[in-house]
Design a protein around this ligand. Structure first.
Ligand code: GLN
Length: 310
């Protein structure tokens, strides 16, 4: 049964979480993200009929960061097929932080455990069709344009180059996977593509709209056109449930119970089959790397509207 939330409720929830904006920490391992103002918070819902409601700082844009991993996974599945993608990347949660290198060596066969941790996402980006980083980034951007219904979206060059210069751990993960045959080609080109993918810059409404396509089984909200095959949209949502909130995915499933993916910019994208796409934003993060304000907003939404999928 379709569900709806109204504008007034969103405004009330945004007022309620104002007092949490300075709990948590803005990440500093990507220098450009350390400059974010924790008071820029926002929420948007795009219902399945395409209607959009939003509250908070609506002008502000932010980068997708790890949320882009869901999008690159959908595109790699469409480019290479399920068998190939999962020959290189596993399907199991790790229980480790998103950038952990630990299980790469100990898992057998040696492949990243899932596409939502950095190692798995790097392997997935490596599979996106295109012979140069520019071609791959161009295809990722066109795909984002289709999902968001907005051709103006691009990537933030400052954030991309800031991450590219400091991606020592992601380079290590990639070199390890090149040794084990999971990654092919140039690691520098992979990092170039990956950091631009993570730096794709959106506003709160555009993010909710992307979530709504996943909620709508991969179909465009207005035309009903299948942008992502239904089966692949379901694979993406399943990973959002099992691994979308890093090593907080279990407690998030209990507290919120909505398929969701977070990014270190402070954004979280949700996809709910009866409600639509959900986007929340607040730059200060908890110790697992999830937005403090975003978690509060989603918890309120899930509880007040009874959105638990389980
Ligand atoms: N670009 C970030 C990284 O690779 C994305 C991580 C995240 O959002 N958790 O470190």
């Amino acid at each position: 049964m379709r569900k709806k939330v109204n504008q007034h409720q969103l405004e009330g929830w945004i007022n309620h979480v104002q007092s949490f904006t300075h709990l948590g920490k803005v990440p500093d391992y990507i220098p450009a993200l350390a400059k974010q103002n924790p008071e820029n918070i926002a929420i948007s819902i795009v219902h399945l009929n395409g209607e959009c409601i939003k509250a908070g700082n609506l002008e502000h844009t932010f980068t997708l960061q790890s949320i882009s991993k869901v999008i690159s996974l959908a595109l790699a599945l469409m480019d290479q097929g399920e068998d190939y993608v999962f020959s290189k990347v596993g399907m199991e949660p790790t229980g480790d932080p998103f950038h952990s290198i630990a299980k790469l060596e100990t898992s057998n066969p040696s492949k990243p455990l899932n596409p939502m941790i950095n190692a798995g996402a790097l392997a997935v980006t490596n599979m996106v069709e295109g012979s140069t980083p520019d071609q791959k980034v161009g295809r990722l951007l066109s795909f984002v344009h289709e999902l968001a219904g907005d051709n103006s979206i691009t990537y933030d060059e400052e954030v991309a180059s800031s991450e590219f210069k400091t991606s020592f751990l992601n380079r290590s993960l990639s070199f390890f996977m090149k040794q084990t045959g999971v990654v092919e080609g140039s690691v520098e080109e992979l990092l170039d593509t990956y950091t631009k993918q993570c730096a794709i810059d959106v506003n709160i409404q555009q993010l909710a709209r992307i979530g709504a396509v996943f909620a709508n089984e991969g179909k465009d909200l207005e035309t009903g056109r299948q942008i992502i095959p239904q089966h692949y949209a379901r694979i993406c949502k399943t990973f959002m449930v099992t691994c979308g909130m890093y090593d907080a995915s279990g407690s998030f499933a209990i507290r919120v119970g909505i398929p969701a993916k977070s990014g270190v910019s402070g954004a979280i994208m949700g996809a709910h089959k009866d409600l639509g796409g959900i986007a929340v934003f607040g730059p200060a993060l908890d110790e697992k790397g999830n937005s403090v304000v975003g978690m509060h907003l989603l918890e309120m939404l899930a509880n007040r509207e009874d959105l638990f999928i389980f």
